[in-house]
Design a binder for this molecule. Structure first.
Ligand code: TRP
Length: 460
């Protein structure tokens, strides 16, 4: 590590004392809050639906266990070792890997732009729950949803509200509100999920949905399924953007990183799994098409709510909690570039949050219009939403994950890696060695294959 860089990092710390998470629970909740979001309840079910059901779920779990948990721990280690924005954290290990941080900053703009558009949809649905969403007849809910997202104006208002909330929280800093907020909201989300699972599973015709969701048909697995599963693991665990590097940089050196990574990954997977247990039985019970893409949750769930006693109330609670889960994720996406703008470009936190959020808002306008009047605009053969989503989840996140695995396996000295990850020997065990070897020898190969096939160089 170069001393000049060390000085630079330190002088940043002198002028702007860095915030820290106040407690271990605070960090776990914030990281779980980052991981649990639209990716679990919106993206996971629609990808599962579009990729053939159970086979996708199996592949997802496999990639999660082999690649996801390990890379989460990789990001935590790099971040806590760096104690700075992601770019400096990479530079502290090797100057040659600063680009991973820059790629993360760029990708954060892209993901935030469309995340906020969908976050806006959840706010609209929350309000609409009180004013008649459950009165829309089941066979018209698809048209209702399509009409809303295709509207050139209304979704932009809700996109603005969602982005504003994200900017507002990030502008206030790390500690304080978010930790407490998550403590109430995450359990509430779980309770709602369990109630809805019970309702969906007892619908007549639910079994067909369960069969689709849980019974893998391996003939449906293609290279495309693997690329999609891998992209979803990255998206859902919030890895590959250096967002978890950024969060862990605010963590004290005493915390057990491996345990945190497993807890976060488990929580995240449980929420995604439960979301599927609601959506598929419900979709099949009402004869809805599971492969319809991004509209799946917004079309299927309202039909379930319409059949429930006090459906409007449940609908309100569900979409409100989804909006909040989305918010605890979007703040982590925004925090990543914000920490860089503050520490390297000397922005104030306020200015950084507004500038980055503002630019993402404008990008998001194009995303929103791509569901309506710009529906025919194609770039590289994809619509704007699809392009942003594909670029981030299937190209940028896995590429950065590959780089992180290489850093830990081949660039950072093994003894230093293990020292950081074990909190200087405080938490040790054979599993850390196993993690190291997996990260060094197995993950790079898998990710290289996935990356090359997602950019079309490898064909199967
Ligand atoms: N994981 C979040 C979700 O599932 C989204 C998210 C937050 C994210 N931070 C990220 C995705 C960083 C990729 C990279 O909704």
């Amino acid at each position: 590590m170069s001393t000049s860089l060390n000085k630079k990092v330190e002088s940043n710390l002198d002028t702007q004392p860095r915030d820290q998470f106040k407690s271990k629970l605070g960090f776990i909740l914030a990281s779980a809050g980052s991981a649990v979001g639209l990716g679990n309840i919106w993206r996971f079910p629609y990808l599962t639906g579009a990729n053939g059901g159970g086979a996708f779920v199996m592949l997802y779990l496999l990639v999660l266990v082999v690649v996801g948990v390990s890379l989460l721990l990789v990001e935590f280690s790099i971040g806590r070792n760096g104690k700075a924005n992601a770019i400096d954290s990479y530079a502290k290990i090797s100057k040659n890997f600063k680009w991973v941080g820059y790629l993360g900053v760029f990708t954060a703009f892209i993901i935030l732009s469309y995340y906020s558009v969908v976050g806006g949809w959840t706010i609209y649905y929350t309000l609409k729950s009180v004013t008649g969403l459950t009165a829309v007849p089941a066979d018209q809910i698809g048209a209702f949803f399509g009409g809303f997202i295709g509207n050139p104006f209304l979704p932009l208002v809700f996109h603005a509200i969602f982005m504003f909330a994200t900017i507002y929280i990030v502008a206030k800093g790390i500690s304080g509100g978010i930790e407490k907020y998550n403590k109430i909201l995450m359990p509430a989300l779980f309770i709602m999920l369990f109630i809805l699972v019970a309702r969906a599973l007892t619908l007549p015709g639910a079994a067909k949905g369960l069969n689709f969701y849980l019974n893998p048909d391996f003939s449906k697995i293609t290279m495309g399924t693997l690329v999609a599963a891998c992209g979803q693991v990255f998206f859902s665990l919030s890895i590959g953007l250096s967002g978890m590097v950024t969060y862990a940089s605010y963590l004290s050196s005493e915390e057990n990183l491996a345990q945190s990574a497993v807890t976060v990954a488990f929580t995240d997977t449980l929420v995604a799994f439960l979301a599927g247990l609601i959506i598929f039985p419900a979709a099949f019970a009402f004869g809805l098409e599971p492969g319809q893409g991004p509209g799946l949750v917004f079309i299927t769930l309202p039909t379930v709510f319409a059949q429930m006693p006090m459906g409007a109330l449940f609908s309100f609670l569900f979409f409100a909690l989804l909006a909040i889960a989305a918010l605890t994720s979007s703040i982590s996406i925004l925090e990543m570039p914000v920490s860089y703008f503050i520490e390297k470009l000397k922005f104030t936190r306020q200015k950084a949050a507004w500038a980055i959020g503002g630019i993402s808002y404008v990008l998001g306008i194009a995303v929103s219009l791509s569901f309506g009047m710009w529906g025919d605009v194609k770039i590289f053969g994809k619509g704007i939403f699809d392009l942003f989503d594909y670029f981030s989840s299937n190209i940028s996140l896995p590429l950065s994950g590959l780089a992180c695995a290489i850093i830990v396996g081949f660039v950072w000295k093994k003894q230093d890696v293990l020292k950081e990850v074990s909190s200087n020997g405080k938490y040790s065990g054979g599993y850390l060695n196993a993690w190291y070897n997996l990260t060094k020898y197995v993950i790079p190969v898998i990710l290289a294959v996935v990356f090359l096939s997602s950019i079309g160089i490898l064909k199967f």
